[in-house]
Design a protein around this ligand. Structure first.
Ligand SMILES: N[C@@H](CCC[C@H](N)C(=O)O)C(=O)O
Length: 261
């Protein structure tokens, strides 16, 4: 049976989006999802997202990493899902929806989608680095010359260390470019490689930049494009956290959905 899909990207973080309001997608089939995300033998994406109905919200977003496993919150994916919901006629310009980490609100303003993230508390310091949860777990390290860094090697060294090997973590490398701007590169758990941008990662880095004296809003450059994070800060706790940036439809299509990959 063919699967109709939509391919979206948010600052280069790309997703296969599926309208699963009829609950026909085999969401328990990890190998199938991994296959669909494969860049050589499938559609190719950093993750796959199902848009589903929900009794109390405009929709529910169910996010899988490219390895086929159910993921935690995905900031870029959420912005793409909001754009997708508008395309499907599920919402107009405001959305209330449910994701893995709880409820979210988002607003569409032309190209930009402003997404309210969850409150953040409990930022842990690990030597000179930081570890926090912005819906997904993120390790944050400030570096010089981030554009020259071997993010794959350095990211894997953290992701597979004794502390994180079992559950994994996303690993972000940040350089302060100016008074209000940082540059972020991210090694993503579940993709097990660098992606062009990671929304929850960018958010984590902006909040840590706040702890290091940068004022909200923080402008964030990534290899895939520009984002902005605003927040209200109380020491190492944050509320009214917003991630703002573009989300675009790339193409639509159908693929055969084999019985078993
Ligand atoms: N790309 C995502 C982050 C996805 C979460 C992550 N890979 C995980 O499951 O840990 C984003 O934009 O936030």
């Amino acid at each position: 049976m063919p699967l109709s899909f939509y391919k979206y990207q948010g600052t280069g973080n790309d997703f296969v989006m599926v309208d699963n309001r009829k609950l026909t997608f085999p969401a328990e089939d990890e190998q199938m999802i991994k296959h669909l995300c494969d860049r050589r033998t499938g559609i190719g994406a950093d993750g796959l997202i199902l848009l589903q109905d929900h009794d109390e919200y405009d929709f529910e977003m169910v996010y899988f990493n490219a390895d086929g496993r159910l993921g935690s919150m995905c900031g870029n994916g959420a912005r793409c899902t909001v754009r997708f919901a508008k395309q499907l006629g599920v919402i107009e310009d405001v959305a209330y929806f449910l994701a893995a980490d709880g409820e979210h609100q988002a607003t569409i303003e032309r190209e930009q989608i402003q997404l309210k993230m969850g409150d953040v508390t409990g930022v842990e310091r690990i030597d000179q680095d930081f570890y926090l949860n912005t819906g997904s777990p993120h390790y944050v390290r400030f570096v010089d010359n981030v554009r020259d860094l071997d993010v794959y090697a350095e990211g894997r060294a953290v992701r597979y260390n004794d502390r994180f090997e079992a559950k994994g973590t996303n690993v972000n490398f940040v350089e302060r470019l100016s008074e209000d701007t940082i540059y972020v590169r991210t090694y993503e758990r579940g993709v097990e490689d660098e992606t062009l941008s990671c929304g929850t990662g960018v958010t984590a880095c902006a909040l840590v930049a706040g702890m290091r004296g940068m004022e909200s809003p923080v402008r964030v450059k990534t290899p895939g494009g520009n984002l902005q994070v605003s927040f209200e800060q109380h020491g190492d706790s944050f509320r009214y956290v917003y991630l703002t940036g573009p989300a675009k439809l790339v193409f639509t299509g159908t693929v055969p959905l084999p019985e078993k990959v």
